[in-house]
Design a protein around this ligand. Structure first.
Ligand code: NAP
Length: 331
């Protein structure tokens, strides 16, 4: 394919100007592995990038899209051969390196993850950065000793992308899961993903003591601020908390007491620039726990490159529930 289509984001006077246009492989950001894209997905970060509502794109013009799956077209890296199914998430894709909203993507070999059965190219992008981040929380917590018999895992921001995948993955891994949500009418959806119990965050009493009664074996936090502080005070001895997000805020006002009296661990999750061994272990765990049919409830929409900007606007305006996939392969 000498020329191909891409959603290229240009800098504009007020924000950004995204254009679907033809480009040549030679014009792509450099890398040893050229991938023929099959699917991408629209994350909140992508929506901010193509609508200009957040400073995600660091270099203009740039193909947007922080995730992509596809097959290797050519590789100067001996670890990959033409035809290999692969996935790339994060690593600066769509931020400072031409990203996944394009029919071709060229990246360094260290970013490329071989896809493992039973995950296929579409399922991998249904997972995308949200599912990968939730799985990394599971891997890091298990590496730090988390086990199902330590007690239920509290997952907040439950109806969000990370929360939904965390519920499914922890429940598949044998944990009892308590979902905490501001949308109690989503209880049936959360239970269908694997939640054993659903709590309404609107009625939650946070308490004020440095340590409250230990309730959770561990927790996955998408919110930060008061919600994360409450988790440090209510996780049982030797429990792990994966700090994933900041949907509520960036503050963390707590004390050292849970850490030095209960041995609680706060584990940082960075899906963008994580070490390759953690990246590979995380995709391995995803392949162990997920079946392609598992994503049917989470993927609600498919668009072509031409539909990305409208779908991104819908996401920013909260008109879109569930994940939107971007179909890139010319069938
Ligand atoms: N560390 C990483 O590498 C990484 C990777 C991906 C995402 N993230 C971050 O993780 C967080 C979750 O990502 P996501 O993709 O799941 O986002 P999302 O789909 O927008 O979901 C966030 C969820 O949090 C809850 N929420 C939103 N605003 C809130 C508020 N002001 N106060 C309390 N709860 C609120 C809502 O769930 P309920 O209504 O069910 O409560 C919402 O569905 C974000 O902050 C994102 O930036 C980090």
């Amino acid at each position: 394919m000498s020329s191909f289509k891409a959603l290229r984001v240009y800098e504009a006077d007020k924000g950004v100007d995204p254009r679907v246009e033809s480009m040549a492989v030679d014009a792509l950001s450099e890398g040893a592995v050229l991938i023929r894209s099959a699917w991408s997905g629209i994350n909140f970060k992508d929506a901010m990038a193509v609508t200009g509502k957040g400073r995600i794109v660091r270099k203009f013009p740039l193909n947007a899209g922080i995730d992509v799956s596809g097959t290797v077209e050519t590789s100067e890296d001996p670890r990959f051969r033409p035809g290999d199914p692969v996935v790339v998430t994060g690593c600066g894709l769509g931020e400072n390196h031409d990203g996944g909203f394009a029919e071709m993507v060229r990246v360094p070999g260290d970013w490329v993850v071989p896809l493992q059965d039973p995950l296929d190219l579409r399922t991998a992008m249904a997972v995308g950065t949200a599912g990968f981040t939730a799985a990394m929380a599971l891997v890091r917590m298990e590496t730090n000793g988390q086990q199902p018999e330590h007690g239920p895992i509290l997952i907040n921001g439950a109806t969000g992308g990370v929360g939904s995948y965390a519920i499914r993955l922890f429940s598949r891994a044998g944990y009892s899961v308590t979902a905490l949500t501001g949308k109690p009418d989503a209880a049936d959806y959360l239970k269908s993903l694997g939640a054993d119990e659903v709590l309404d965050s609107n009625t939650l009493e946070f308490g004020t003591r440095p340590m409250e009664k230990g309730l959770w074996g561990g927790a996955v936090d998408s919110l930060g601020d008061e919600s994360l502080a409450w988790l440090t005070r209510t996780v049982k001895p030797w429990g792990n908390i994966a700090a994933v997000g900041l949907a509520q805020g960036i503050a963390l006002n707590t004390t050292v007491m849970p850490f030095i009296i209960r041995g609680v661990s706060l584990l940082g999750i960075d899906s963008v620039l994580c070490h390759r061994d953690i990246r590979l272990a995380t995709w391995k765990r995803l392949a162990e726990l997920l079946q392609p049919g598992d994503v049917d409830a989470i993927v609600t929409r498919e668009v072509s490159l031409d539909g990305v900007v409208e779908a991104a606007e819908a996401l920013m305006e909260r008109r879109q529930q569930g994940r939107t996939l971007v179909k890139l392969a010319q069938a």
